[in-house]
Design a protein around this ligand. Structure first.
Ligand SMILES: [Zn+2]
Length: 339
């Protein structure tokens, strides 16, 4: 088995009425982490220093967010994104957890890690909190990694929604590659096939039709994700791991199961080894069907640890619908980016 580092930042005070981005998403996982029987290693961390956040976000955005937190609880956009008086502290702790895992990977302590954090981050742009995301956790961690002497990093985003914030932050950054697999036509409306024409091969979008499931994702991994990684040769791979592409998710219409997330995670970890990366760091983004999120997270931990998947993963119900053909879409993606 392989050792897996993790941080636990459930942010129980970051909650708002019956909003789906709630602490309920992680309920029960703390006890499971203690008793999982896997070689998991919890990593201690401090809240992120402001300087790390300001490497990615505009200072006026961060100042405004703090005022919004202080005057919360309140909704700050139409997504709706909410803040409470504790939310800025929660965001700093989430980022701090990612920074600690990044440094642990770079020091060689382990090669696989998973940041179980809330609030999520991938929609937040340089100047704007949005889409349930306050600051862009994964972008801040990637920017931090580049200050530690790395030359190239990659961010794979398999959340069901396009990682618009991460893409916008790094669209013109020659050291960061970004690839997003997402459902086309849902929030936030970005992530088209031919986005970022100046960054072919580096900024890649795979906008799947509704109901895409195991076949489409595994095919995309083989035909697009693998050649993208092999060409870019990142030293660290960050993964924006949202579990809202699960077929039971109430906000989206994709068709994955916990087993599929485990298989994707296992492939990424194996490719990270093959390509001699220093490691792969998963961070939680979305996912709004709590039982599906919990089982998917457990499945991913097993895959990263190279342990057999628990029975519950195989006993899970599979989507009660067929998936659409995605071979043409993937052909277009490969042609566009030269894979
Ligand atoms: Zn999402």
């Amino acid at each position: 088995m392989a050792r897996v580092g993790y941080v636990w930042v459930p942010s129980p005070q970051h909650r708002y009425l019956d909003h789906p981005e709630s602490p309920e998403r992680l309920r029960g996982l703390e006890a499971w982490l203690q008793a999982a029987g896997l070689p998991l290693e919890e990593v201690a961390f401090d809240p992120a220093p402001e300087a790390a956040i300001l490497r990615v976000h505009h200072s006026r955005m961060w100042e405004r967010l703090q005022v919004e937190c202080q005057t919360g609880p309140r909704v700050i956009d139409y997504a709706p994104t909410y803040v409470t008086p504790e939310s800025c502290t929660a965001a700093r702790r989430a980022v701090g957890g990612l920074l600690a895992l990044t440094e642990a990977l770079l020091s060689g302590r382990f090669r696989r890690a998973f940041a179980l954090v809330r609030p999520p981050g991938h929609h937040a742009t340089r100047t704007q909190s949005m889409g349930f995301c306050l600051v862009n956790n994964v972008a801040i961690a990637a920017a931090h990694a580049l200050t530690q002497g790395l030359e190239r990093v990659a961010i794979l985003d398999f959340d069901a929604h396009h990682g618009n914030g991460t893409q916008a932050i790094f669209e013109d950054h020659p050291q960061v590659a970004f690839l997003s697999l997402h459902q086309w036509g849902i929030y936030p409306g970005t992530g088209d096939l031919d986005d970022a024409p100046h960054a072919r091969g580096r900024i890649v979008n795979v906008p799947f039709p509704a109901r895409t499931g195991r076949q489409g994702y595994l095919r995309a991994f083989e035909e697009v994700v693998r050649p993208w990684l092999a060409a870019w040769r990142p030293q660290v791979l960050f993964v924006s791991a949202g579990f809202d592409a699960h077929w039971q998710d109430p906000l989206t219409q994709l068709g994955l199961t916990a087993r599929d997330f485990a298989d994707m995670a296992g492939q990424l970890a194996a490719w990270a080894d093959e390509l001699h990366m220093q490691g792969v760091l998963f961070t939680l983004e979305g996912g709004y069907h709590p039982p599906a999120v919990r089982l998917s997270i457990q499945a991913v931990f097993h895959a990263l640890a190279e342990a057999p998947l628990p029975d519950a993963v195989y006993e899970e119900a599979t989507p009660p619908f067929d998936e659409p053909e995605t071979a043409d879409l993937l052909r277009q993606v490969r042609a566009l980016h030269g894979f």
